[in-house]
Design a protein around this ligand. Structure first.
Ligand code: NAD
Ligand code: UPG
Length: 453
């Protein structure tokens, strides 16, 4: 079977390389010619563990090809995946599907025979229907089926997530299209992983519902963390206590600087806005979006508080710039808000990230980069852990204590061993675990409790 993938970003490149590794003949198209040239030369332009090896292996065995011209990959394809970006379009939060439409318009006149067009891009509910109309008018003689095949991989573990997903969702209206898609995922289904064949709207909604649910879980635990700080208590233990309930589950309960990345923020906004266009209010997810936005405003204050409320003479070391560990992606990373604010308020800001510094250099101004963590920490008054890179957890407490000027760490990922650090004279401010200082007691103000008093 011949497969074409349009877009060689985090999703398209991983999907293309993994399908090629399953043995299919895959051609990836990208309009960015420099990317295509780099990929042909064996250079993978994004950081994603394991991807370089698969791209190298499948290019060498002749299963994977890269082109920039549509006519070189569309006419003979059995399945065409669209995996281009769908960022937020406007203030209302709706998704910009112009790249999906542009790719569809470009490929339509080149179609020959029976072709499945599968959207891997995350697209608003109803996009499949819209593409149906587009292809009926732009490729009236072709036999085309539009399928929704949402992708659930995470950056940083994208290859593993693609090859060993929890499930595959195929939203198809035509049986022949569903069978073609199923054949592509046979190597996954043969390992007992569920492949759900549903209608297209169900598949489109499932993608947004999954991301919105996970994002809401994070927004929820972050507010529990705020309560722990005020009332005493430790959000990590609360997460354990509730997460051991199998109905809740222990994943996505890490309190932190708020959810970021290229998906949760934009997909929650798009879920709310596309539902509203259909007359349905998503009050729960709207609240999660607002809670997440509000959260970042407090983070800088937390750093200032660690320096007695004034950063003007402080040297701040920011450890981690990517939106999470395992990626070089800065999209909607908490660092995009934090770093400029710290540059504005502090005497000096130094930053470090194990893989995202090349991207960061093009993004931030007024920041000095430490090539090593030690260099970044040298003479710092406060270190802010923004990304959960495991190497930060391994930092030698003696080195930390000996390198910094004032030994304060604001650990926005709750990942440092505070007891050991504090034993070495480094104080750690975490999330959701401030010791209770005259913690206020919440009194019942209404209901039976009050009546009994
Ligand atoms: N990043 C993730 O972890 C992830 C996971 C699941 C789903 N998704 C969804 O998948 C889609 C792609 O996300 P991404 O992070 O891979 O995007 P990306 O920005 O990393 O990559 C998109 C690629 O498409 C190319 N492109 C854009 N328009 C094109 C066109 N008309 N023709 C050919 N190439 C074109 C760009 O040059 C770029 O290389 C989005 O809808 C996203 O929501 C992303
Ligand atoms: O307990 C947690 C888990 C995550 N996060 C944050 O949530 C964001 C997203 O993390 P994660 O989901 O691991 O990364 P993504 O690569 O953005 O993956 C999400 O978005 C993808 C794109 O749609 C989906 O395919 C994945 O299933 C979905 O997990 C990041 O800012 C994390 O730091 C937390 O704060 N606490």
């Amino acid at each position: 079977m011949k497969v074409t993938v349009i877009g060689t970003g985090y999703v398209g490149l991983v999907a293309g390389a993994c399908f090629a590794d399953f043995g299919f003949d895959v051609t990836c198209i990208d309009k960015d010619e420099s990317k295509v040239a780099a990929l042909r030369a064996g250079t993978v332009p994004i950081y994603e563990p394991g991807l370089t090896e698969i791209v190298g292996r499948t290019q060498t065995n002749g299963n994977l090809h890269f082109v920039s011209a549509y006519q070189d990959a569309i006419p003979n394809a059995d399945v065409i995946f669209i995996a281009v970006g769908t960022p937020t379009k406007d203030e209302g939060g709706s998704a910009d599907i112009s790249a999906v439409i542009a790719a569809s318009e470009e490929l339509a006149p080149l179609l020959r025979g029976c072709t499945v067009i599968a959207t891997k891009s995350t697209v608003p509910i109803g996009t499949g229907q819209r593409l149906d109309a587009l292809f009926r008018s732009a490729a009236p003689d072709a036999d085309v089926a539009i399928v929704s095949n949402p992708e659930f991989l995470r950056e940083g573990s994208a290859v593993r997530d693609f090859v060993e997903p929890d499930r595959v969702v195929i939203g198809a209206e035509a049986d022949w299209a569903a069978s073609t898609m199923r054949a592509l995922y046979r190597p996954i289904e043969d390992r007992g992983i569920p492949v759900l064949v549903v209608d297209r709207a169900t598949a489109e909604i499932s993608k947004y519902a999954a991301n919105s649910f996970l994002a809401t879980k994070i927004a929820f635990i972050n507010e529990v963390a705020d309560l722990c700080e005020q009332a005493g208590g430790d959000v990590r233990s609360v997460a354990d206590a509730i997460g051991l309930d199998t109905r809740i589950g222990n994943q996505f309960l890490k309190a932190g600087p708020g959810f970021g990345g290229s998906c949760f923020p934009k997909d929650t906004r798009a879920f709310v806005s596309s539902s509203e266009r259909l007359g349905i209010r998503q009050r729960v997810v709207s609240a999660a979006v607002h809670a997440n936005e509000a959260r970042k405003l407090h983070l800088v204050q937390r750093v200032a508080d660690a320096c007695d409320g004034d950063l003007s003479n402080a040297r701040v070391a920011v450890l981690g710039l990517a939106f999470k560990a395992g990626t070089d992606d800065l999209r909607e990373s908490p660092s995009l808000f934090m770093v400029p604010e710290l540059v504005r308020l502090a005497d000096e800001v130094r930053a470090h990230d194990p893989v995202a510094m090349p991207v960061a250099r093009d993004t931030f101004t007024g920041v000095h980069y430490g090539e090593t963590v030690d260099e970044c920490l040298d003479g710092a008054d406060v270190a802010v852990i923004l990304t959960d890179w495991p190497e930060y957890r391994e930092l030698d407490p003696k080195m930390l204590a000996g390198t910094m000027r004032r030994n304060v760490i604001v650990d926005l990922r709750n990942m440092m061993d505070a007891d050991t650090l504090e034993a070495h004279g480094v104080s750690v401010v975490g999330i959701g675990r401030r010791e209770p200082v005259d913690a206020p007691v919440a009194h019942e103000t209404s209901g039976l409790g009050q009546a009994a008093e």
